[in-house]
Structures are given as C-alpha cells and as structure tokens.
Design a protein around this ligand. Structure first.
Ligand code: ADP
Ligand code: MG
Length: 692
C-alpha cells in the first residue's frame, strides 16, 4: 500500500496524446477505434504473437508456414500478363542457402528493405508456377525485436495504422509501463502483476499466456465489482411498497383471455414479491419472442395501479407502443383503469400531459415522447421497459427520475434476447431475473429449413403460393388478408455495392411479377419513420401479402397471420439475430415456416444447422456463446457494446477467484479510495450491467 501511494503514477485516463510519438493526427485515428485514453491504448492488446525464437534455416526448409531470418537482395517489380497485378520478387539468403520470395500488389516492398540488415520473414513456402518460393511473407526488422525475446506481437490494424505502427508506438512508451498503477489489490498465485507489460513484450509464448490470463482475471473482477456496486446502490434507494392483494389478482387473472403458463405465473409471483418491498424492484424479465411477456407486464401494472400508483410503459417504436396500448386497454379498462398512448404522433399532447400530471391517467404507454421534461407524473410507482437493450442509460434514467421526490419507482425491464445461463451467473449474478422458458399452449414450433438459392424456384415459390391461399389464421389479426402472409428478409451486399434500398426494391419487384394477384411492399432503414410505420401497420392489418424487408422489421411485431418467413443470405447473420427474425412468425395457431436461403454451395454452417434443429432461444444462446464468445452477444444485448477484451466466461476458475476477491475487496471501504483508477475504469461496466 505504501509503495503504491508513493509511486509516480501515469494518468491512465489522460488523452493518448500525452504519450510519446502520438500527435493529434494519430490520436484522431485512434479515437475512431475507441482508443482515447492512455488506458485504452495500453489495453489495446495484441491479437496474436509471432514466434521468432527458432527460425528455420534455409537449407532445411519444407513447404508450409515458415519463419526465415535473413537478408534480402535482387528486388525487382514487374507487371504480370494479367492486368492489375504487380509482382515483386527477390532473393532471401541466410548462412545456409537462398530462396526466392514473391509478393503480389505490394510494390512498397521494393523500398522497404535495407541491404545488409536482417529481417524475419513469415509466410508460406509453396510451389507456384513451376518453382518453390516464399509467398507474400510479413517482414520484421530483426533489430526491432526485443533482444531478450523471439516473440513479436501482432496488433489489429486500425485504419491506416498497421500492426507495425502499433508496435512502434507501444515501444515508444515502453518505459511508461513502470508508472502504470496496479488496478487491483489481489494477486493470485499463477497469475502475474506487470501483466500488461508482458502482454505487449512477452519473452516467451508462455509468458504472454500468463499475462493474458491475469488480464482476463482483472477484467472479470471489474465486471463483477461493477454489478455488485450497482446492487448496493439500488439497495440504498427507497420505493413505494405496493401490497399484494390475492383476491384482486385472482379476479384479474380470471378475466384474461387464456390460461397463464406456469412460467408466467412464477414470473408474476416474483414480481409481486419484489414490489411489496420498500426498496425498488430491479428485475429483468427474459423470454423468447412470443413467450407472453406482455401479460406478465399487465399483471404488474394492474397490481401497481390497484395500490394507487401510476405506471409508465416505455416501448422502442410507435408501432409497438400502439400495439401494447390496444392490448392493455382491452385488459385493463374493464377494471376502471385509464390507459393512454403517448407517441410523437399523439394529438393534443398538452392535454394528455396535464392529465398524467394530475393523476387522471393510471397507465401511459409511449415511446421516447414519454421522456421529455414536461411529461410529469403525480405518483409514478412502476416503470416497465420493453426491449430494454434498445434504450441507453440516460434514456432509462430520465424515466426513472419522474417518481415522487425521495422515491425510486419499481422497474421491470423486458428483453427477448435470452442471456445464456453461464453469462447470467457471472455478469448478471447480481441482477434479479425472471425467465419465461415456456411457450403458451397450442404454439407450434416454426418448421425451419435450409435451402440453397438454386432451390428457390422449385421449392420455395410453390410453398409461397400455398401460404398465400391458406385460410387466414384463426386469431383476430390481418382481417383484410387474402390468405396467410409472408415476410421476405433480404440483405444489402456491401461488397458488390448494392445498397439495402436497392436490394429490397429489386426483390419486391421480382416477387410482384411472380405473384401479380397479391400486394407486395417493401421496407428498409432509409425510409422515413412515418413511412415505415404505415407499411408495418398495413401488413399488420392484412392489407399487404408479402413484405420484403431488411432486418428493420420490428422484433415485437405481432402478426399471427404471417406464417412464412424467407431469410436470404442467411449465412451472413448471427445465430441470435436469425432466431429473433424467425420469432416474427409462429405467433398464431397455424403452422409456420422459415426458409434459410444460402447463396453458396458450401455446406451449411453450424449456426444454420442448429437453427434448423431447435426453436429454443435459451439453447441457441448457449450455442451462440460457444461459437462466438460473449463479447458479441453481450454487445448486442446491451446498448453500448461491452467489449470483453480477453476474458472467457467459460473460465469458471477465474470467475470464482474474481468473485471471492471482489467480496473481500468490498469488505474494506477504504479500497474504493485507494484504487481510484479501478473505480473510474468500471463506470462503463456499471452502466452496462445496470437495468435502470
Ligand atoms: P412477447 O414475449 O414476445 O412479448 P407477447 O406478450 O407479445 O410475447 O405474446 C405473444 C402472443 O401470445 C400474444 O398474441 C399473446 O396474446 C399470446 N399469449 C400470451 N400469453 C398467453 C397464454 N398464456 N396462452 C395463450 N396465448 C398467450
Ligand atoms: Mg413483446
């Protein structure tokens, strides 16, 4: 502790521009990639390491990946007969012999090398055009490498900053590592301090691995600490206790149009228990698309309003808010509960806001329009947020602050993105979660099929024809539909320069020609929100038979009469996203289908095969976690991507250590002052792991 206090520490949160060799221009590029502070810069870890410990001597070279240490001469560049291809060739020599080297379209190689200097060349030694040569190797000046180490880090290139630039820049700051304060007090055996240094300047592959292991631990520590602090902060707040009235709830449940699932019962019971307390509920309701979260929210709202509290329900788009409004009105108005809708399009907002303020409105459902300062409540006791990951912390906070002075509202956040259990236990260990892991009765799984593009004509078009002529789904929706309806999801192919608007329009035109009797419309992200809403509303009413769209089509859109979904270029989406998309069909009583169309002749990926097999979002989330790692999943889950640098959430040992150490850390409140860099660094995690 004393040592720490007297050491000269670098300002971790100062701008990178304070580092040697980083001027405003470089800083500008770095900023684009999220590297702003000295801390960001040091924690930009190598993607990989090249091993120069034992270069191959040329006399012993074999085909395959090789590292050669040698000098280069006889460099020349020529144009190949095929146009637009330049070939740069040379000879690499070491003490034992010489080989030919060749680069394609890398003319700068001609000027890169100094004669008489030694370089490490890493590349493939292979047979090409009748002879063996080393093809397109990377090249590093041998004297640039750590003399103690044959290991060289490889960094992800950011814009015009190449791996070698990062290497140079980090090398400039080598001396600064001694000034980096230890973020954490605890050091476990088997992991090392100074890990950050060794991650950039390892003296062996083993030392790099050890260093990364420690940094993973540090990262988990930060995450878990953030979650725990959130919990502590929440527990300090006071809320209005909302008493549970069994008789009233029974009457309400009996009035619902169907029998609740067991999962819905359990979740609402958990919610009722939370709301009885005088600390605010802070609960995440997770359920796959179609699992019936809205009903659970309705029960919570009913309970709060019975206690004289007002309820605010926040939805990400006007169309979802309107859909919820219609459902809630039907359910709650018989109980003399007043329900209002507040979106950008609401007429006479002023009057409505007056009524909210004087308490005449019990439940207001709305979009961002709810968040404005002039929307005031007289007694806001419960906030419900649908698709909570679509809102930023500031937005959620704005709503939470509308409760009476000194009181925080209870919070029910809902999401259709299932969090895998392993993530839940670590990152969300301190969050109260209710899970709807059961579908309402009568729901049929969506029949999913992988199809290659060439099969569209033979297999897909006849299926579409059939769907379009089937009797509309029994559920009251799409009253005006001819038959059942179809979603067709397509994707912009960036590389070929086709914009999303063009690809959607082209497909819609083609389908309209194929199905002239039916109405085909399209939807894409560049359209005005009012245009988008109009198209979605018409599809929902059954006036449109085939909706060609990018992924903008709403997640929560409930159109039970849409029973077929086609996803073009299915291989280009993530598993979670495909599952979400698919969730828009299979919401009624009729059988539903999803065709995953792939462009290549390659074997379908594991993702698609899993999707074909299973309709279970929680199972698929686990698979996704294994296939992609947590960073991306968690990133898509929460507003503001969480970028887990290196930690793996399947590393149970490290997680356990971090959990124990965080508990010990929190035992000593003075730690929070002493480890100020740690506390400052975790605010970003705190924002991500909080619901409110
Ligand atoms: P999500 O969880 O995706 O928000 P919703 O709440 O929109 O799902 O519910 C999907 C559909 O299932 C709605 O049409 C709703 O009326 C219906 N539903 C909800 N709960 C039940 C139930 N217990 N039994 C039958 N249908 C239900
Ligand atoms: Mg929903």
């Amino acid at each position: 502790m004393a040592e720490r206090a007297f050491r000269k520490n670098i300002g971790l949160f100062d701008s990178v521009e304070n580092l040697k060799g980083i001027g405003p221009k470089t800083a500008e590029v770095l900023k684009k990639y999220g590297i702003r502070t000295i801390r960001d810069f040091f924690y930009n870890l190598p993607r990989d390491y090249e091993n120069y410990e034992k270069p191959t001597s040329i006399s012993e070279i074999r085909p395959g990946k090789v590292v050669i240490k040698g000098k280069i001469d006889s460099l020349s560049t020529r144009r190949a007969r095929k146009r637009n291809l330049s070939i740069t060739e040379g000879i690499i020599r070491d003490n034992s012999g010489a080989i030919k080297v060749v680069w394609f379209n890398q003319g700068y190689r001609l000027r890169q090398f100094e004669p008489e200097k030694e370089y490490f060349f890493t590349g493939n030694y292979e047979f090409r055009n009748g002879k063996y040569s080393l093809t397109s190797p990377s090249a590093v000046l041998a004297s640039d490498l750590d003399p103690m180490s044959g290991i060289s880090p490889v960094y992800v290139a950011h814009g015009k900053l190449k791996s070698s630039d990062f290497k140079r820049l980090i090398n400039n700051s080598r001396a600064k590592f001694a000034e980096i304060p230890d973020l954490l007090p605890t050091v476990r055996s088997g992991v090392r301090k100074d890990a950050l240094f060794f991650a950039h300047f390892p003296n062996s592959l083993k030392s790099a691995e050890k260093a990364r292991n420690y940094l993973a631990y540090e990262e988990l520590f930060e995450l878990i600490l953030a979650a725990k602090l959130n919990r502590q902060e929440n527990d300090k707040l006071k809320a209005m206790p909302l008493a549970f009235d069994a008789n009233k709830v029974r009457t309400f449940v009996a009035s619902l149009p169907f029998k609740l699932t067991n999962a819905q019962r359990l979740a609402s019971w958990e919610i009722f228990q939370d709301m009885e307390k005088n600390t605010p509920m802070n609960r995440l309701l997770q359920g796959d698309v179609g699992s019936g979260k809205t009903m659970v929210a309705a029960m919570a709202a009913y309970e709060a309003i019975s206690n004289g509290a007002q309820v605010a329900f926040l939805a990400p788009t006007a169309i979802l808010a309107t859909q919820h409004y219609e459902v809630f009105k039907k359910l709650l108005e018989p109980f003399k509960i007043t329900v209002a809708l507040l979106t950008g399009a609401t007429k006479d907002k002023k009057n409505l806001k007056t009524n909210i303020k004087n308490g005449q409105i019990d439940l207001v459902i709305g979009t961002h329009a709810l968040l404005t300062d002039d929307t005031e409540f007289s007694n806001l006791g419960l906030v419900i947020i649908d698709e909570q990951h679509r809102f930023g912390v500031e937005q959620r906070q704005k709503l939470m602050l509308k409760s009476p002075p000194e009181l925080a509202p209870h919070l029910l956040a809902m999401t259709a993105t299932p969090i895998p259990r392993s993530l839940q236990l670590t990152l969300f260990g301190d969050l109260d979660v209710s899970i709807l892991n059961e579908m309402p009765q009568g729901r049929q799984p969506v029949v999913t099929k992988i199809l290659s593009e060439v099969e569209i004509k033979r297999e897909l078009y006849p299926k579409m024809r059939e769907i379009l002529t089937l009797a509309p789904d029994a559920k009251k929706h799409g009253d005006r539909a001819h038959g059942q309806q179809i979603y067709w999801i397509c994707k912009a192919i960036e590389e070929s320069g086709v914009s999303e608007a063009t690809s959607v329009k082209t497909r819609a035109k083609k389908l309209q020609e194929l199905f002239p009797k039916y109405r085909v419309e399209f939807l894409h992200g560049k359209m005005k929100p009012s245009e988008k809403d109009a198209i979605m509303a018409q599809f929902s009413d059954g006036e449109i038979d085939i909706l060609v769209s990018t992924t903008v089509v709403e997640v929560g859109l409930d159109v039970p009469n849409a029973t077929l979904m086609v996803i073009e270029n299915a291989e280009s989406y993530g598993l979670a996203q495909l599952h979400q998309l698919r969730g828009r069909v299979g919401r009624g009583m009729s059988a539903a289908f999803c065709y995953l169309v792939t462009s290549g002749e390659l074997r379908p990926s594991r993702r698609l095969l899993e999707l074909e097999k299973s309709n279970d979002g929680f199972y698929l989330a686990e698979v996704d976690l294994k296939l992609r790692g947590p960073g991306e999943i968690y990133g898509s889950l929460q507003h503001g991507a969480l970028d887990l640098r290196i930690a793996s959430l399947s590393d149970t040992k490290l997680i356990h250590w971090a959990q124990v150490d965080v508990m010990n850390f929190l035992q000593k409140p003075e730690n929070m002052l002493e480890y100020s860099e740690l506390m400052q660094g975790i605010t970003k995690y705190q924002q991500i792991t909080t619901l409110n």
